[in-house]
Design a protein around this ligand. Structure first.
Ligand SMILES: NC(=O)C1=CN([C@@H]2O[C@H](COP(=O)(O)OP(=O)(O)OC[C@H]3O[C@@H](n4cnc5c(N)ncnc54)[C@H](OP(=O)(O)O)[C@@H]3O)[C@@H](O)[C@H]2O)C=CC1
Ligand SMILES: CC(=O)N[C@@H](CCC(=O)OP(=O)(O)O)C(=O)O
Length: 350
């Protein structure tokens, strides 16, 4: 059995990790931390886990994380990088759900996250945890930077277009994305109050959102151009929807004259034919967020609303494929298991 520790077990991604890992046939959860709730049985806080998780929260200092095989950080930015070196020295594999190991440029990291990076050498070693694009590197990784929720949907939607050279004008991509409020975490904030977030729809972060540089860094990797190259650029606009879980991304790319001849439906179906978690919907479809709720699946539909325009619709659950499910998918790869182990739950309806 793989001994797993979770730092930050009271948050939404933490409890989603508990839900998935408590059903995983190869995992024993040995440590789960909270500074504020230390001593409280997990199932007192989350009765959904009664009979499934028989542990109490402990402080990170008491958690004996160095005895784990894998430690997940479901914590705010900056926590994982402070503890990574010591855990790696003890042979522990690390998966960070925050952004400490995502942005490769430390100046960009400092600009967007407001803190200097404390271990650039480990950042250079870390693998970006999107299995559909970096599967072989994840298998060998000691540290994985799990992708942001929005960047997961944007990369999976654009990848088939960018991997085919000369198909689209990659310098002028657009990603309009909308998320449910659980994306903001469990901490109390005015903008996620029921009276603020329900019966409302708004864009936010329009002057710049920290997922913009992550999206652009990774789209350049996908397209095979140099870091910072103007040949690939995406405008990213996040929106808040009055839902709890779910991300819906609408992506646009101008087709080049030769790209206009391509059969986009066939391209997407071929690209994702062997991917267990990516479902390319039939032509003409419009996937909805509830079709992936509480599951690790992503559903994608590709359209051509004008002769020179590709439009891609992507849905994912921000807490599952957008965070904790993806992290478990990475753990499976890092531990030599079948990638889908413990992750094939059917989405919840209605
Ligand atoms: N929500 C989402 O959809 C997604 C979130 N993420 C990222 O995942 C991470 C966790 O998100 P989420 O679960 O939403 O966050 P929450 O705010 O819901 O939970 C944060 C957790 O971290 C713990 N924590 C906070 N500060 C520290 C610290 N200094 N040391 C140790 N533990 C700490 C908290 O418990 P306590 O304070 O009691 O210790 C709590 O359990 C974030 O970095 C977020 O950006 C990524 C993708 C999607
Ligand atoms: C709805 C909502 O507020 N979503 C979050 C993104 C959640 C996420 O992926 O977070 P990290 O990249 O910080 O890990 C936001 O826009 O800040």
């Amino acid at each position: 059995m793989i001994k797993v520790g979770i730092v930050g077990g009271t948050g939404y991604t933490g409890v989603e990790l508990l839900r998935l890992l408590s059903q995983h046939p190869q995992v024993k959860i040995t440590a789960i931390t909270s500074r504020k709730e230390a001593g409280m049985p997990v199932s007192d806080m989350y009765p959904s886990l009664r009979g499934r998780v028989d542990l109490a929260f402990t402080t990170p200092d008491e958690a004996r994380l160095n005895e784990c095989d894998v430690v997940f950080f479901a914590t705010p930015h900056g926590v994982a990088m402070a503890q990574a070196r010591e855990l790696l020295a003890d042979g522990v594999k690390i998966i960070d759900l925050a952004a400490d190991f995502r942005l490769k440029d430390t100046a960009e990291f400092e600009r967007w996250y407001g803190m200097p990076h404390s271990c650039p050498d480990l950042l250079a070693e870390a693998v970006y945890g999107l299995p559909e694009l970096h599967r072989e590197a994840i298998r060998k990784a000691r540290i994985v930077g799990n992708p942001g929720c929005y960047p997961t949907s944007v990369q999976l939607g654009f990848a088939p277009l960018l991997k085919t050279p000369g198909l689209v004008d990659a310098a002028h991509l657009i990603a309009n994305c909308a998320s449910g409020v659980s994306g903001a975490g469990r901490k109390a904030e005015v903008h996620t109050l029921l009276a603020e977030a329900s019966d409302n729809f708004k864009a936010y972060g329009v002057k710049g959102h920290r997922h913009g540089p992550e999206i652009n860094q990774q789209l350049r990797v996908i397209a095979g151009v140099a870091p910072g190259s103007a040949a690939v650029h995406c405008v990213f606009v996040p929106h808040l929807i009055p839902a709890i879980r779910g991300i819906h991304s609408t992506l646009y790319a101008r087709l080049t004259p030769s790209g206009q001849q391509a059969d986009l439906q066939a391209l997407f179906e071929a690209h994702y034919r062997d991917e267990p978690f990516v479902d390319v919907m039939p032509a003409g479809s419009a996937p909805e967020t509830r079709s992936v709720r509480a599951s690790n699946f992503v559903r994608i539909a590709v359209h051509k609303p004008a002769p020179d325009l590709a439009m891609v619709l992507v849905v994912e659950d921000n807490l599952t494929k957008g965070a904790s499910g993806q992290a478990v998918q990475c753990m499976n790869l890092m531990c030599g298991l079948d990638e889908t182990t413990g992750l094939l739950q059917v989405p919840v309806l209605p």
